[in-house]
Design a protein around this ligand. Structure first.
Ligand SMILES: [Fe+2]
Ligand SMILES: [Fe+2]
Length: 353
């Protein structure tokens, strides 16, 4: 049985009780009215709409829903009070992926939902497999070019960006993280984690399409300077000595210089690569920037970067629970922008801004 929440949106909750009970066999069923806002939708796997579609509030509610989940593979079952061609068409324009007459027994609705989940499930999974593969290829080429000292071609990176965004949108962040955590190379895992988190943050903040790409590009390449850090330091399990840490810290400026020398990298990415270890209180590196000197892009990326580092999976340590990582981010008030940390928390929970 898939884990997750089914939302039953209904304008007659008294008559939907039997349906809600039946949907409980598919997932956790949450019954909501047309005027309710859903904010805890991270685990949402499907929607059943039991509404009189001719009522304006039904249209408003379903349109809002359709807008919210645009591009995400989510089954929406419309139960039609009238089964005319026109009401069927109406339901489809409101985002219903399948329609049934409202009088069918609850078991029929459950069967239809199971079918839809089966049809939709592999789409999300395939998107994640594809996304991780494309992003991994892009990253491997980028790090190889950086390690070899050859000129960085940003075209190599571009091929990975849309697949990352598609994977996170259609397959969900949780699936992305689960897949990426299985990779044992630390740098590779880390960069793909940051890229997935950045994609989720950008989608949550409703960035324009080109801004989504720009943000994910910067995330994917932010640690390119690590390609020049000696492997015994880069992959050392446990704490680095002060000297080793000093070497490690050079990766931010190194990455910036490598990309700048390539002559193809945009200003946003260069800024993020150089400054993703700066803090608002001036305690970061390499330039000890403070306050307004730390750009918005850097403020957002720093949060994704720290969260990825805290939750990474390494063979020699127990993974930190995601809730604990959020608590650490929240305790960094003064270094990180508290409002953005909050917003990141909401992005992780799949809530809307
Ligand atoms: Fe870094
Ligand atoms: Fe990083």
């Amino acid at each position: 049985m898939p884990e997750g929440t089914i939302v039953l949106v209904t304008d007659r909750p008294d008559r939907s009780a039997a349906l809600a009970r039946a949907l409980g066999s598919v997932g956790r069923c949450e019954v909501v009215g047309t005027d309710e806002r859903w904010t805890r939708d991270a685990a949402l796997i499907g929607v059943v709409a039991d509404l009189t579609l001719t009522r304006p509030e039904a249209s408003t509610c379903l349109r809002a829903l359709e807008k919210r989940y645009r591009g995400r593979a989510l089954p929406v079952i419309g139960l039609l009070r009238r089964t005319s061609t026109e009401s069927l068409r109406h339901a489809k324009t409101l985002g219903a992926t399948v329609c049934l007459p409202a009088y069918v027994p609850p078991d029929t609705v459950v069967a239809a939902l199971f079918n839809q989940l089966e049809a939709f499930g592999p789409v999300g999974e395939a998107a994640v497999v594809q996304g991780v593969a494309r992003a991994g290829e892009a990253l491997t080429s980028l790090l190889a070019e950086a390690r070899a000292g050859s000129r960085i071609r940003m075209q190599t990176v571009e091929a990975g960006l849309t697949p990352i965004l598609t994977a996170v949108r259609e397959g969900g962040l949780a699936r992305w993280l689960d897949t990426v955590w299985t990779h044992d190379d630390a740098t590779y895992q880390h960069c793909l984690l940051v890229a997935g988190l950045a994609a989720q943050f950008a989608l949550h903040l409703r960035f324009r399409r080109d801004d989504q790409q720009r943000f994910v590009r910067a995330a994917l390449v932010h640690d390119v300077g690590k390609a020049r850090i000696p492997l015994p330091i880069l992959n050392k399990p446990g704490r680095l000595s002060p000297d080793e840490a000093a070497v490690m810290r050079t990766h931010a400026a190194l990455g910036h210089d490598i990309l700048k020398a390539g002559g193809e990298c945009d200003a946003f990415t260069l800024d993020v690569v150089r400054h993703h270890h700066e803090f608002l209180d001036g305690s970061g590196y390499p330039d000890r920037l403070a306050g307004a000197a730390v750009s918005d892009g850097v403020r957002l990326m720093t949060i994704c970067d720290i969260y990825a580092a805290l939750t990474e999976r390494r063979p020699y340590k127990t993974p930190m629970p995601m809730r604990e990582a959020m608590t650490i981010l929240q305790s960094m008030d003064g270094k990180l922008e508290a409002g953005l940390v909050q917003s990141f928390g909401r992005a992780l929970a799949g809530e809307r801004p």
